[in-house]
Write a new protein. Sequence first.
Length: 273
Amino acid sequence: MTYSKIEHFFSDRGKCLGYIATLLFSALPLAAWWAWHDKGGCWLSFLLLLPVTGFMTLNMLETALMRRRALAGMYLRPQSFLARLLCRKSFLAAWQVIKAVVLALLLFMEAPAWPAWLWAVLGLDLLLLPVLYLWLQGWLAGQVRQGRRNILSRRLLLGLNTGILVGVLAVTQLFIPRADYTGLGWRETAIQAAEKVDTACDYLAPLVRLGAMRDALGSRLVQTLPRQGWPGLGAWLLYFLWSGLVFWAWSRLMLGGLGAGQALEYLEEKRCE
């Protein structure tokens, strides 16, 4: 092994360790919410919600800015009203913050009911993400400009990571036993699920209970409908589509932390096209 290969190996290893540390920092607020959602009151809940929203906003802003620059530079006349409107970062940032808050609340709704095995899967995901990230950067090295390679890598990794997690969830459902709701009605199922979870913040309590009710009613729907045929297939498809949305939000959070520094540098650039 030559000196350059040895140097490259340790450089990639150091990057991976740095990325893992960043991802752990991004996941920490959500993990703290899972552990302490029934303690600390609303001040702790909103304190944990802020970094989750912030990381997601950074991730969505960089891709939104990239699309805006492509639109303004390729299709719009310079100094036109539409070009000047799109170049105002305040409008773009406000819309991304709204979407980030919705996705963050979605994670806060689902996370309290996540079992330990799912957190183990997400922990393995933290170890896999840096490897995929470095691989995508290498794959795009000869095709994308240096300054935008990381942004595009994170964008591609968003869909790839979501698909991997949904696939793992689909396989895991074959082996993990779920609560049996076949003997209960829809109302009894919802009430039982809502009574199992609680939070110390009255403002977020309905959200947490709604997440538990959704999971229980989804499980009951899958158990009630025939396993063969279109109704059963539709129920499973609906279940995995919702899971895909949740994992999409999780991937946004992770990639927001992964590229936070570069996203801030990208936001500081003055040019629009």
